[in-house]
Design a protein around this ligand. Structure first.
Ligand code: FES
Length: 239
């Protein structure tokens, strides 16, 4: 059985918008298909490959969706898929990486000439200013959670949800600003989170790590050293 896996690169798209796009892509696909985001939230590529393979796919095409599509993702994705293939062993489906859309002139022409719905824009004073965008928020802890593609592959977005529910369970949500970010660079140590103002960088691989991080770093104001991967120089402190 053939299958397509659509790989959508779009960091600032809401769940709902992605869901609609995914549905439309899957509806239009000529074969069994799945769609995942490469950044942000939802299942990662490895998870989707597991699913399609479990459904009996013997040949899967990885189809990048996004204009323009990042050249670093274009280079890295075949390697990340090769790693899945290596772990899957004999009986794995054949995998093929598709060319990015900007390489296809027909796609560019169709995007450039498409008849799209238009909404007239009227003058509005201070239209760029939004409510509540005036002052920095008054939080004790700022937690950066990497939702870049390489951390996403290791289920970082699900850890965001787990982190938020653990903050609620420990009743410290009101003290914490959680921000998802793009790649923070130590991808191989991911999924990565950074805790400011202490300047500590952690690897949080699963729910138990999240619990240790919240209990020790946020509630007890100590450093969970088994998770620590780096300290920002100006902030180096002992536990
Ligand atoms: S993708 Fe998370 S550190 Fe690079």
């Amino acid at each position: 059985m053939d299958a397509y896996l659509y790989l959508v690169s779009a960091s600032y798209v809401s769940h709902a918008k992605f869901r609609n796009l995914a549905k439309a892509l899957i509806r239009a696909a000529p074969c069994s298909a799945r769609a995942v985001r490469l950044e942000g939230s939802g299942d990662g590529m490895w998870h989707a490959l597991d699913e399609l393979s479990g459904q009996g796919a013997s040949r899967i095409e990885l189809r990048p969706i996004g204009l323009p599509f990042s050249q670093s993702l274009e280079k890295w994705l075949p390697n990340a898929a090769a790693s899945w293939l290596d772990r899957h062993g004999p009986g794995a489906p054949d995998l093929f990486m598709g060319a990015v859309l900007q390489a296809d002139n027909r796609v560019i022409q169709s995007a450039a000439r498409a008849r799209i719905e238009l909404t007239r824009i009227h003058p509005k004073a201070d239209g760029e200013i939004g409510n509540g965008w005036d002052s920095p928020p008054d939080f004790r802890h700022h937690i950066l959670v990497c939702a870049g593609p390489r951390c996403h592959l290791k289920d970082a977005p699900n850890l965001v949800d787990a982190l938020k529910s653990e903050l609620g369970r420990e009743r410290v949500s009101s003290q914490c600003l959680v921000t998802t970010t793009g790649c923070l660079f130590p991808c191989n140590s991911g999924p990565v989170i950074v805790h400011y103002p202490r300047g500590n960088w952690y690897r949080v691989a699963d729910l138990s790590d999240i619990r240790d991080f919240v209990a020790q770093a946020l509630c007890a104001n100590t450093i969970p050293k088994h998770l620590l991967i780096h300290q920002t120089e100006d902030h180096q402190v002992s536990a």
